[in-house]
Design a protein around this ligand. Structure first.
Ligand SMILES: Cc1cc2nc3c(=O)[nH]c(=O)nc-3n(C[C@H](O)[C@H](O)[C@H](O)COP(=O)(O)O)c2cc1C
Length: 217
């Protein structure tokens, strides 16, 4: 769907998810992430960039598993995570929009839990590539987990935490040859509605991930 069509439908509150083939599972247990290999950190930093052209090819489950672990997985005993959060509130939930359904990443169980059995990718942003790329992430802050943080600081702290998660995804993508872009140009109300979020939950950012479009040269 073109950006203009999305903008028009968004204004009318008519931007709707696509139906799926109906095979969304309520829980997807992810395989163990691959914590070896990849590019050395400085080389991955050398390749980090935003890309906006993707193949439709789906991400295999092992890749999705490693990507989500890199993003915000549990990396030590006691439940510590790969990205920081103020007072360790761990207030960001990573929602995962796939062609077969929308899920929330349960880092403790390293699993995906179904939140909507429809294809929400097109809802996750105004840019046209988000519809066809195989994965759109949505970073959502749960303010109910930030009661220890002064109210005036909650949004900025949560945005910093989401930014750290996004950079983890950028580095995983750079390290494994995937393409990605973080996106703030999104319809937060439409996403919140599609994901069935509560008043405590705030949509912050989206991020598209996929295989880079093959160069035409
Ligand atoms: C907070 C934030 C919001 C962004 N929003 C968008 C967006 O909505 N759409 C988009 O295509 N790129 C978006 N970007 C990506 C920037 O355009 C990109 O990082 C910038 O052009 C620099 O390019 P680079 O990431 O390749 O270094 C965003 C980046 C940040 C940090």
């Amino acid at each position: 769907m073109s950006t203009l069509t999305k903008l028009a439908l968004g204004v009318m509150g008519q931007l709707r998810p696509r139906p799926t083939r109906g095979d969304a599972r309520s829980v997807i247990k992810l395989p163990a992430p691959d914590k070896t290999g990849g590019l050395p950190l400085m080389q991955a930093l050398g390749k980090r960039r935003s890309s906006r052209e993707f193949q439709r090819k789906p991400l295999p489950l092992p890749v999705l598993s490693s990507l989500l672990w890199a993003a915000f997985g549990v990396n030590r005993r006691g439940g510590g995570r790969t990205a920081p959060s103020a007072l360790d509130a761990q207030e960001i939930d990573v929602y995962v929009a796939l062609p077969d359904g929308a899920y929330v990443y349960d880092a403790q169980a390293h699993a995906l839990r179904l939140v909507a059995a429809s294809d929400l990718r097109r809802i996750t942003g105004y840019q046209d590539f988000v519809d066809e790329a195989p994965l759109d992430l949505v970073f959502v802050a749960d303010h109910a987990r930030m009661r220890m943080v002064p109210a005036a600081q909650r949004e900025s702290y949560a945005s910093a935490a989401a930014g750290a998660i996004a950079e983890n995804v950028y580095l995983y993508a750079a390290s494994t040859g995937l393409a990605t872009v973080i996106r703030a140009w999104i319809d937060r109300a439409a996403i919140a509605d599609a994901l069935g979020l509560t008043h405590d939950q705030q949509v912050l950012l989206s991020q598209t991930v996929g295989y880079p479009a093959k160069s035409r040269g």
